[in-house]
Design a protein around this ligand. Structure first.
Ligand code: ATP
Length: 366
């Protein structure tokens, strides 16, 4: 297996007018599963295609262990790629589809190939489908065939490009678990591209978050969730998305207080929270996740702020309570906390759950 290292990897299109991937540095450890996540057009697929050898970098290098593979042809890289549209040959049977990849990339005899296909089919639970053609299969079965075909080649690096987006929600959850199990079983280094932050959070050992071609943060799912480095990551990771409120800092008197006058919001910060940081009299963007906001149905007057309920969306396990505090401020509360629209409620949260971002640069301030 291989460690994959991207060093200042860059891809420009249309004579430099489009910078799809902007000097990305990323190290994926041997046997590690890294998901690359970001909004549409952020450069995920282009990055993956460069690792596969399907796209030539404008600058930078790609190493598999110590070998510089930047100029190595795709067919000579030990990678297997699984796509969203399965990329199966429609006129070949499942058996032929699986054997074909082996024929192209290994020097096995026909009997060895067929034995390997049988083993993989058994492992993927698709033995009964070996003589079927792709159009006789469901989406989930096609994806199992595509996975089996990729694994059969015993690649050093496994590349996934949104492989589950054509499947329904239940099957997607099943296949997520299956892919992770296979990846760990084979110990293959994996890079998995998705625009779905939930998929990225549940699947990767680590996440790499891209925006506009630039790597924003790399870290374990909990690290990224708890300590986003900037407002983009904070808003992109976590569902429903983090609330943002513009605040000014008031340091008159003994306390440092976050204020949003329009929302009637005043939040004194403790010394413990500030840990010596001097916020001075300036503006910040406060971030608080909906799951960290408490809704108090009968305000007692000691809450951080009171506000009006706009809409309540029950989702079974919780209620999403939309509040008039700022534009679409959301609280995620327990199902027994179910105020009515137009009710005045209290809002509380623990200062330890707050994030503060620089409104100009978006960077987390401490
Ligand atoms: P999506 O989730 O929509 O597939 P992505 O994050 O995978 O998006 P890419 O497909 O890598 O993004 O595209 C990144 C940028 O590069 C986009 O602006 C895209 O339009 C541009 N791009 C990608 N391929 C080409 C190409 N062959 N020629 C010109 N521009 C391209």
């Amino acid at each position: 297996m291989a460690e994959v290292t991207l060093d200042s990897l860059r891809k420009e299109f249309d004579r430099g007018t489009i910078v799809a991937v902007d000097d990305v540095d990323l190290e994926i450890e041997d046997g590690e599963f890294v998901t690359v996540v970001g909004p549409s057009g952020c450069g995920k697929t282009t990055t993956l295609r460069m690792v596969a050898g399907l796209e030539e970098p404008t600058a930078g290098t790609i190493h598999f262990d110590d070998e510089d593979v930047t100029d190595v042809h795709a067919k000579n890289r030990s990678v297997a790629m699984v796509f969203q549209n399965y990329a199966l040959y429609p006129h070949k049977t499942v058996r032929e589809n699986m054997a074909f990849g082996l024929k192209m990339s290994t020097e096995m005899t026909k009997d060895e190939r067929h034995e390997r296909v049988r083993e993989m089919a058994e492992m993927m639970g698709i033995e009964e489908l070996l003589d079927d053609k792709p159009d006789e299969l469901s989406g989930g079965q096609k994806q199992r065939v595509a996975l089996g075909r990729a694994i059969a080649r015993e690649p050093e690096v496994f590349l996934f490009d949104e492989p589950l987006s054509n499947l329904d929600a239940k099957l997607r959850t099943e296949m997520r678990a299956e892919i992770q199990k296979l990846q760990k079983e084979f110990g293959v280094t994996a890079m998995y591209v998705t625009h779905d932050q939930e998929e990225a959070m549940t699947m990767g050992d680590r996440l790499a978050i891209l925006d506009e071609g630039q790597l924003q943060q790399v870290g374990k799912p909990t690290e990224v969730y708890e300590n986003p480095v900037n407002r983009f990551v904070a808003g992109f990771i976590g569902s429903p998305a983090m609330n943002f409120v513009d605040v000014d800092v008031d340091t008159t008197g003994d306390t440092t207080t976050l204020v949003n006058e329009a929302a009637g919001f005043e939040l004194p910060l403790s010394d413990q929270y500030l840990r010596g940081h001097d916020l001075r009299d300036s503006a910040y963007t406060l971030g608080i996740r909906p799951e960290n906001v408490s809704v108090i149905e009968e305000p007692k007057g000691n809450e951080i702020v009171t506000t009006t309920v706009e809409v309540v969306e029950p989702i079974g396990s919780d209620n999403y309570v939309h509040l008039a505090l700022t534009d679409d401020f959301l609280a995620r509360s327990r199902p027994d906390i179910k105020p009515e629209p137009d009710d005045v409620v209290g809002i509380d949260f623990d200062e330890r759950d707050l994030h503060l971002f620089d409104p100009e640069t978006g960077e987390d301030v401490f």
